[in-house]
Ligand binder design. Structure first.
Ligand SMILES: [Zn+2]
Length: 230
């Protein structure tokens, strides 16, 4: 049971915590700034005490977070530790993640998958290839980053979400359920989606984007990959 500090403030780079559980190389603490792999977004890396955190994963319950340490680490239950995320990497993930919300609002088609990495991000759409025009998508997402739209996180109940299926663009990147409430990410006038990931405060922070590739990955998967423009 950890306090998930990244939910209310994705800009937190470090925190003090106490080790609650150690299972092999997986460490749980009482509060964390580390985002676990989920919703298409890569898990955070960084340090916990003296040790490298090589990846972060979800544990058995919604608020259990496993910090996966480098080989040779010797954490102990009860130990106070300082946690630091690799901020430059996380900030790139936040910029790419927010960029995918813009991409999803520009391409009017069901989303069948998505992935956010450090160097690129993509969404898969159930759409005909000829409707995906590189220059048009690029111009539209860059208009949205240049416009400097604020992003707002809010919470609704599971029941409210069930009544609004339009808020879940794709089940493959759906936010975690079962806590009784689900987080929404709103970019007013642009996008409103259930999303548990980390986002930048303003779309201007994303910077210029390029459509690196549009490729068919199957009948219902047409993949649009974004990168930061040089
Ligand atoms: Zn999101």
């Amino acid at each position: 049971m950890a306090e998930l500090l990244f939910r209310d403030d994705p800009y937190l780079k470090s925190c003090e915590a106490t080790i609650l559980a150690v299972n092999g190389n997986a460490v749980e603490v009482d509060r964390t700034v580390f985002y676990p792999l989920g919703g298409g977004q890569a898990g955070d890396t960084g340090t916990l005490g003296h040790w490298r955190v090589v990846d972060t994963r979800k544990g058995a319950t919604g608020d259990s977070i496993l910090h996966l340490l480098e080989p040779g680490a010797a954490p102990e239950v009860g130990m106070p530790v300082t946690l630091h995320i690799d901020w430059e990497r996380r900030h790139r993930l936040m910029r790419y993640h927010t960029a995918l919300h813009l991409l999803g609002s520009v391409v009017k088609a069901p989303v069948t998958g998505g992935r956010i990495g450090e160097d690129k991000a993509h969404l898969d759409f159930d759409i005909e290839m000829e409707r995906l025009v590189k220059d048009e998508i690029e111009a539209q997402v860059n208009a949205l980053t240049a416009a400097g739209h604020a992003t707002v996180a809010k919470w609704i109940t599971d029941a409210e979400l069930d009544a609004r299926p339009d808020l879940v663009r794709t089940m493959s990147v759906a936010p975690p359920r079962g806590e009784g409430r689900v987080r929404l990410l709103e970019i007013p006038g642009v996008d409103l989606q259930a999303c548990g990931g980390t986002h930048v405060k303003n779309t201007a922070e994303i910077g210029r984007l390029a459509v690196a590739r549009i490729r068919s990955e199957g009948k219902r998967n047409k993949r649009v990959t974004l990168t930061f423009a040089q």
